[in-house]
Design a protein around this ligand. Structure first.
Ligand code: NAD
Length: 295
């Protein structure tokens, strides 16, 4: 059966490295601070949980987190004003607008308002554009895709020259993951909801990255024996025996995947913790750039 890729452990290692780097940075800059600003609009339960864990992670490594909470009926202009305030604040190195935004807001306009130098989520059109262009290096790569690559690299899975399938083509996971894998010299196919016979494609490749949002979509027969499987999905399914009445599962049927793959990520403790670790890494990179310590 497959080796389990322990995302929690790898993320912990990375957070430790970041904490040490931040201590060094502070001593190099006579105690200058690092700041991450989080903008939360409305009170979505999941968003509040995500924001809480991001703030906790910041505190642990020595990043100051500022939070701005706006009511759900705020205007887009009010959100833009908050973003602009953080753009102008030199103690803020990263700005994160937590998704989803209320329906009456234009997500693209809000993301485009974030200063490219502080776009630690990597969703600014200029960052995504640079990610898509050969020979350009975007200052920030979206956290979940970056976390997937980092998991592969730190588990000694070679990406260069390999065939990879990314299932899903969202702006925040699938599409940037595919672009990032290409930059790492993989041959990438994107499988999405209009792909006929996806298994014909998926069971031919060395690495499968599932970012769909459909519980247990990927079964054992989707996977080539010995392939590596990264499961990004976080899907609640009913479970009367669980405390909350549900539990979280991935896009991959873990039991079947583990029988076929040579390595696989679990849910939880797979990609999830890596996303936060990469947010910290992006914030640190941003601060280093601001203090002239990174090209
Ligand atoms: P999304 O809904 O924006 O995109 C899903 C994509 O899957 C779409 O591109 C769609 O074309 C494709 N798709 C839908 N049904 C399909 C099918 N039957 N076959 C093939 N492709 C299909 O979702 P998202 O934001 O990319 O998130 C995907 C999953 O990853 C969700 O479960 C989400 O909760 C999870 N997620 C996890 C993290 C993390 O940190 N671990 C971060 C972001 C998202």
């Amino acid at each position: 059966t497959a080796r389990i890729i322990d995302g929690k452990l790898i993320a912990e290692e990375i957070r430790q490295e970041i904490a040490e780097e931040i201590m060094r940075l502070k001593s190099q800059t006579n105690g200058k601070v690092l700041g991450l600003a989080v903008v939360l609009v409305g009170s979505y339960k999941d968003s509040e949980t995500y924001v809480r864990s991001k703030k906790k992670a910041c505190k642990e490594v020595g990043i100051i987190s500022l939070e701005e909470n706006l009511p759900v009926d705020s205007s887009e202009e009010e959100v833009l004003n908050i973003v602009r305030k953080f753009n102008d604040d030199p103690s803020v190195h990263g700005i994160l607008v937590q998704l989803p935004l209320p329906k009456h807001m234009n997500e693209e306009r809000v993301f485009a308002a974030i200063s490219v130098e502080k776009d630690v989520d990597g969703f600014h059109p200029l960052n995504i554009g640079k990610l898509a262009m050969q020979g350009r290096t975007p200052p920030f790569v979206p956290c979940t895709p970056r976390g997937c690559i980092e998991l592969l690299l730190r588990s000694n899975v070679e990406i260069k020259g390999k065939r990879v399938v990314v299932i899903g083509r969202s702006n925040i996971v699938g599409t940037p993951a595919a672009m990032l894998l290409q930059r790492n010299q993989a041959t990438v196919t994107i499988v999405h909801s209009y792909t006929p016979n996806p298994t014909e494609i998926t069971c031919e490749v060395d690495i499968v990255i599932a970012a769909v949002g459909v519980a247990h979509l990927v079964r054992g027969d989707w996977i080539k024996p010995g392939a590596v499987v990264i499961d990004v999905g976080i899907n609640p399914i009913e479970d009367p025996s669980a405390k909350k009445g549900y539990r979280l599962v991935g896009d991959v049927c873990f039991k079947e995947g583990a029988m076929k793959a040579s390595a696989i990520t679990p849910i939880p403790a797979g990609v999830g913790p890596m996303t936060i670790a990469m947010l910290l890494r992006n914030t640190l990179d941003s601060a280093k750039r601001a203090y002239g310590l990174l090209d």
